[in-house]
Structures are given as structure tokens and as C-alpha cells.
Design a protein around this ligand. Sequence first.
Ligand SMILES: Cc1cc2nc3c(=O)[nH]c(=O)nc-3n(C[C@H](O)[C@H](O)[C@H](O)COP(=O)(O)OP(=O)(O)OC[C@H]3O[C@@H](n4cnc5c(N)ncnc54)[C@H](O)[C@@H]3O)c2cc1C
Length: 383
Amino acid sequence: MDFKLSEREELLRKSAREFAESEITPKIDAMEETGDFALDLLKPMAKLGITGIMAPREYEGVGLGYMARTIVLEEMARICAAVSMGMQVHHMAIAALNDFGTEAQKKKYLPPLARGETMGCVAITEPSGGSDILGLQSTAALKGDTWILNGRKCFITNSHTSDFWLVLARTGEGPKGLTAFMVDKDAPGAKTGRVEHKFGLRGSNTGELVFDNCEIPRESIMGQEGGGLGVALKTVSESGRTGMAAVALGILQACYEEAAKFANERVLYGKPISFLQAISFAVAEIYTELDICRLLCYRASWMKDQNMRFDTESAMAKSYTCDAAANCAKKAIEIHGAYGIMQEYKVQRLLRDAMVTISAGGTGQIGKVVIGRAALAPFQKKG
Ligand SMILES: Cc1cc2nc3c(=O)[nH]c(=O)nc-3n(C[C@H](O)[C@H](O)[C@H](O)COP(=O)(O)OP(=O)(O)OC[C@H]3O[C@@H](n4cnc5c(N)ncnc54)[C@H](O)[C@@H]3O)c2cc1C
């Protein structure tokens, strides 16, 4: 067993950290204020290989794997989780195209994604309930050589910052009646709806997509007709859960840094408050959670890079890390006393951002459904 990152991975971390500190930091206040993703970050991210990190080289990507992606997302989230969130979903769209796209779709969509000309978007959730994928109500029907798409998607990351969307719709009955499509934003009958105003991850764009007799060509299908559930489950479970986990991991790293710095700087009774055992224990707890989560996140990404099955491990990484980030942000705020809830202090943003990661990318409870199934299976009676 080897817990050491490679030299290349360490270099990647260093350049992602430098980029996040110097280029993302100045954009945070405006993103918090407006709720708009700073699109001008995409080109510098592309230059560093962040936008195309998981796209194959033949489509202008960098061709790296999940571990590299996790490191980059973690470093960006340490500074600004909203930017990391936008990028994690961008990578999800790339992963889905890699796994299920036709050659023509890969050629059309992967290069602009890798070049940072637009953002990737995966639209599954509907007002009828995100956890109940089979209950989704958007429909697609073939008329001649054209699919007619009707329905509404909600809470979709990068809905308004993407030029094309991966959309799941019902084409028949039951689990084999779902199909995934690539829909260009200028397709007749396609439009963006409302933009959500979230209390956390404010700078990541979240909104609605509306399809009103939207016409898309027959070849817009991604994967097989009726294979949409497989596209959704693989994409959410693999790139989705590991990506959300990496975002939460970066938040957790920031919680630790802010808590430890403040504990050493704030002086009470003539000494830094870190001398109080209650404070040092709280920092110790955050530090330990950070280590647990990093191990969970890196193991899941490593397993994917080894082509191992890792749905339980990605669910554990996502559920545990998002909860831990929220719990540790609360602890970090408590260490700050009243300063912790003031806007000038980063810890309040960390709590808001951490809370949003819990439901995004499939809720913590749905993650536990996956983990529970695996945990109970060895002891279930046959027949
Ligand atoms: C910031 C953000 C970004 C998002 N980005 C995207 C995106 O890019 N694409 C996309 O398609 N969706 C996206 N979503 C939607 C997200 O995937 C859904 O919010 C999530 O799947 C939950 O769906 P819901 O909000 O409709 O809650 P519901 O499904 O209505 O669930 C309500 C509650 O019931 C619980 N619950 C449901 N089923 C079970 C069960 N079987 N066992 C135990 N508890 C259960 C849930 O955990 C939750 O607590 C995003 C959400 C957020 C907040």
C-alpha cells in the first residue's frame, strides 16, 4: 500500500493551489454578491489543464484520471467551493461523454469543454424529486428523424453557463424507459428558466431548463435508447459523488486552516486560546476528520483509476465528507466566537457552502442507501 502522491500529482496540487490563491481569490466577493460564476476563470483554467483534465488527449484534453481531478477540485474548493462545484459538474459531463458519447458527440462537445469555451452540464433532477430518478416526468418522443422533448429540469448546475446539456428524459415505461440526450441550448423549443439564489456555493450557477416541444436530431441520443438510467447512475455515482466529495474536502481543509490560525492568534487571559484544551481538542477533531475524509476521497478516486468497482466507496466518500465539512465548519465558527458569524471571516462561508454539498449530487441519505445495501449484503439470508 502506498499513501504517497506521485511527483506529478504534487506538482499538480502546487499549480492548482497557486492558481486558486492568486486568480480565484480576487473573484470571490463578486461571486458571493451576484451569485454568478466568474466565467473569465475558464480560460486560465483551460491553460492549466483543469477544464480538460479528464478529457482524452485526442479531444484536446489532458487525459488524466480521477485522482488528479480530486486534487485540483480540492485545491480550488479550499479557496472557493463554488468555483470547484462548477468545475466538478463540468467534469461530470466530460466523464459521461467519455463513457457513453458517440464518436461524433465526443468530437463536437469535448474540445470546447476542454478549451474552457463553455461549461459541462448534467440535467437529471426535476421538480418531481431528485432522489426518485424513475419518477422523472420529462418525455422524448421520436417523430420522423427528430426527438420532441418536453419537460422541466431544476437545480441544474451550469444550466445558464453551458452551451449544451446532457438531459435525461422518459422514452418508454419503467427503468428501461429512460434515455439520455445531448441538447444544444439553441435547439428550437429549448430555453433556460429561473436562476436559483442559494445561501451557499453562491458563485456556482444553478437553474432551470425548460423544454417545450424542443426538437433535437435523432443522433442526439447518448448511449442506447432506454439506457438513460445506466448513464445517470454511472455518472452520478462515479464522477458526481467523487467530485462533490472533493469539493467538500477542500472546504474541510479550509475549516482546519481557519480554525488553527484563529486559535493561535486570538489571545485571551494573556495567551492564545489554543492553550485551552477545549479549543485544541476541537482543532484536533477537525484535523482528524480532514484526514479520514482525505483517505476516503483519495481511495475512491484511486479505485476508479485502477478500473475497480467503487460505487460503495464513492458513496462513503461523498456522504461522510459532506457531513464532516458541515460539522467542522460549525466547530470552526464556534472557535471564532462572535467573529465566526461576521461576513469578513471566511468560516461563515465555509458553513454555508458545506451545507449545500449535502444535497447536491445526490443527498447524504441516498448515499447511505447505497452504503447500507453493501454493508448488509454479506449477512442477508438467501432465498
Ligand atoms: C447546489 C445544487 C446543485 C445541483 N446540481 C444538480 C445538477 O447539476 N444536475 C442535477 O440533475 N441535479 C442537481 N441538483 C439536484 C440534486 O441532485 C437534488 O437536490 C437531489 O438529488 C435531491 O433531490 P430533491 O432536492 O428533489 O430532494 P428529494 O428527492 O425530494 O428528497 C427530499 C428528502 O428525502 C430524502 N429521501 C429521498 N429518498 C430517500 C430514500 N430512499 N431514503 C432516505 N431518504 C430519502 C432526501 O435525502 C431528502 O432529505 C443540485 C442540487 C443542489 C442543491
